[in-house]
Design a protein around this ligand. Structure first.
Ligand code: SF4
Length: 400
């Protein structure tokens, strides 16, 4: 049976820039869309033969704002993928959309073309919060977009929300989530606002704008987890919640450490034991692909030891967590010191054990960065303990 692969296509165009955004996306570059399309098609054509023997079971168009790129280009890209790659009949095909750049006709075209999952950037049900973030749409437009998606027969709809916004209270966040729940999405991503360096929001905060503090954000998060559980959503990752059977198969692939290839400036890939990324610059990407230049920004062969660290970092973001036998079998590492630490976390209410599987609790997710980095230190020490005796005997260290 063919091995499974995911494809990510980055669409780096937006109508305008949101104040908190540090994704690689550009406003006012619509004039470059046609050349970008040529570059993407050429890049995929060149790459497709390398994936022979792999079946593509998830495709994700992210950005940026793919819906702003237009249904004609999106449809052409998907057709090309279906022609050049071994695309599974039941592949999950997601497109990210913003409420201001979709309508029913467009969504019908996308649905008929084979897109079967839609991820809509709603962020808030409060127009003053949307304006404060410089989002290019109102909440009513998000409601209309959901109606249009349903009319176009999208049965797998994900809505993105952000909590901890400037001036937002717990009541304000609760109101957003309650309103959004009436739209009956199959999937919700709820992210705590992060102030990314160099963004307009960073500047605003440096000038004294106040955001809800960590405790307030933590309360919003814990309330969200509990409220969505009551509504029948299953949390499957720190920020992601789905009705049964509606988890994002593509995003799970990242957290489970499964292979994927990306296209576009700033896109990452993990394929053939190598992790690589492309230049985070639209013009360099276009001229590099079309003119035969270099578009690779970084490329690393990942040793097994690093895969073990990744396993801890990524899998502990999910409610599935980590498994003792998997850890020992895949990475030949000693699980005992990790387990001792996890038992300590369990006493604090940060982790829980299910037979030989461990996962973080919602309280643990809140401090997951610290918990995981402590586990990585322990893993590193355990690896060194294994390697040092060999070095003392003048033998080369073995890859774990
Ligand atoms: S629409 Fe999305 S990608 Fe574009 S600027 Fe806003 S947050 Fe960034």
């Amino acid at each position: 049976m063919a091995e499974k692969l995911g494809i990510y296509i980055h669409i780096p165009f937006c109508r305008s820039k949101c104040d908190y955004c540090d994704f690689y996306s550009l406003a006012g570059q619509e004039g470059r869309m046609d050349d970008y399309q040529k570059a993407l098609l050429a890049h995929m054509k060149e790459t497709a033969p390398l994936t022979r023997g792999w079946q593509v079971d998830t495709v994700y168009f992210g950005g940026g704002t793919p819906s702003f790129y237009g249904e004609k280009r999106l449809r052409e890209l998907l057709r090309f993928i279906a022609k050049r790659f071994d695309l599974a009949k039941d592949a999950e095909i997601t497109v990210e959309c913003n409420p201001d750049s979709v309508d029913q006709k467009m969504l019908q075209v996308l649905r008929r073309a084979g897109f079967n999952r839609l991820s809509l950037g709603v962020q808030s049900a409060c127009d003053c919060e949307l304006q404060s973030l410089h989002r290019p749409h109102s909440y009513q437009q998000a409601v209309e977009a959901v109606k249009a998606a349903r009319a176009a027969k999208f049965q797998n709809l994900s809505l993105d929300l952000i909590y901890g916004l400037p001036g937002q209270t717990m009541e304000g966040w609760q109101n957003t989530l309650e309103q959004v729940l009436t739209l009956k999405p199959e999937h919700l991503s709820c992210y705590g606002l992060k102030v990314e360096e160099g963004t307009p929001l960073d500047y605003r905060v440096s000038r004294g704008e106040v955001l809800p503090d960590d405790d307030a954000q933590a309360d919003m998060y814990l309330w969200t987890v509990e409220r969505l559980a009551r509504e029948g959503f299953r949390q499957y990752e720190i920020s992601n919640f789905a009705r049964p059977g509606c988890q994002s198969r593509h995003n799970l692939r990242y957290w489970m450490g499964r292979p994927y290839i990306g296209f576009g400036p700033g896109a990452h890939s993990d394929f053939g034991g190598r992790r690589y990324s492309f230049v985070r610059d639209l013009e360099t990407y276009i001229s590099g692909v079309l003119g035969g230049g270099v578009v690779i920004d970084s490329s690393d062969l990942i040793p097994a030891r690093e895969r073990g660290s990744e396993y801890l970092m990524l899998r502990l973001r999910t409610t599935r967590g980590i498994e003792e036998w998997e850890y020992r079998r895949e990475f030949f590492l000693n699980f005992d010191p990790i387990e001792q630490k996890l038992e300590e976390y369990e006493r604090q209410g940060w982790a829980e054990r299910h037979d030989r599987r461990w996962n973080l609790t919602p309280k643990g997710f809140l401090v997951s960065n610290q918990l995981i980095s402590d586990l990585l230190v322990i893993q590193e020490e355990a690896t060194l303990e294994k390697t040092l005796p060999r070095l003392k005997q003048g033998m080369p260290p073995k890859e774990p």
